[in-house]
Design a protein around this ligand. Structure first.
Ligand code: ADP
Ligand code: MG
Length: 225
């Protein structure tokens, strides 16, 4: 399921500063406007200036707060579209979430030319995914187990990775993906930006953050209703 229009909840959550305050190209701002994104949600307003400046981030915010754009815009701005290799990797707990995130990244990427986003989840045959990987992609969104499988076979190469995102990290932990997250993060080049999003911040996530993020900024939002 993909959403093309903002939900009433997200409208209510915005009312923050306009996207035009951010260092984003006109084409990207125009596309955001077309999507109905005029003002930032609180998590976007808190995260985007830091993430666009290249900082590692621990962002604590609940579902429906607009987290996807908070990491999608920074990872898109870091892409070098003259190259055709995987430069951004987003790990999500479930296929449904991975598909939503891919859809949102594609919508936000419309302003740029031909950005290829590939979704790699378990529950689908691995072979067509390997073939898609052989054709190349700029952004990979997937579940930890399947992403690790493709790393193990060598189908997925992360030498050019610039951004690693752990989305809904606490749910990935709950679903037993701790070791897979660690193995994937360990396979990423050290010189990268890492963005960690989590609704809660249990000890397991704190340890992952301490190990894989570099001088992270923490952005924590008060409960919103
Ligand atoms: P989360 O990942 O925090 O659960 P999403 O990124 O999926 O939240 O966003 C929730 C909904 O809000 C989506 O329908 C998205 O299109 C919409 N949305 C996100 N940011 C904005 C914004 N700045 N203005 C209007 N709608 C937004
Ligand atoms: Mg989300």
């Amino acid at each position: 399921m993909t959403q093309t229009t903002p939900t009433p909840e997200s409208r209510a959550a915005t009312g923050g500063p306009p996207f035009s305050e951010l260092p984003l190209p006109e084409t990207v701002l125009a596309n955001l406007s077309q999507l109905g994104y005029h003002t930032m949600t609180p998590i976007q307003a808190a995260s985007l200036p830091l993430a666009l400046a290249g900082r590692d981030l621990i962002a604590q915010a609940k579902t429906g707060s607009g987290k996807t754009a908070a990491f999608a815009l920074p990872l898109l701005m870091r892409l070098d579209t003259a190259r055709f290799d995987v430069q951004a990797l987003v790990l999500c707990p479930t296929r449904e979430l991975a598909e939503q995130v891919s859809g949102e990244i594609r919508r936000l990427a419309r302003a740029a030319d031909n950005i290829k986003v590939l979704t790699l989840c378990g529950g689908s045959p691995a072979r067509p995914q390997r073939e898609s990987l052989a054709h190349g992609a700029h952004v990979v969104v997937g579940t930890p187990g399947r992403v690790l499988d493709h790393l193990d076979t060598g189908a997925l190469q992360l030498d050019a990775l610039a951004t690693l995102v752990l989305d809904e990290a606490d749910r990935m932990l709950d679903m037993g993906f701790h070791d897979d997250m660690v193995d994937v993060a360990s396979a990423c080049p050290a010189d990268r930006q890492t963005l960690l999003f989590s609704a809660t911040y249990p000890e397991g996530i704190a340890r992952i953050a301490a190990r894989f993020l570099r001088q992270p900024q923490t952005v924590k939002l008060a409960e919103q209703h």
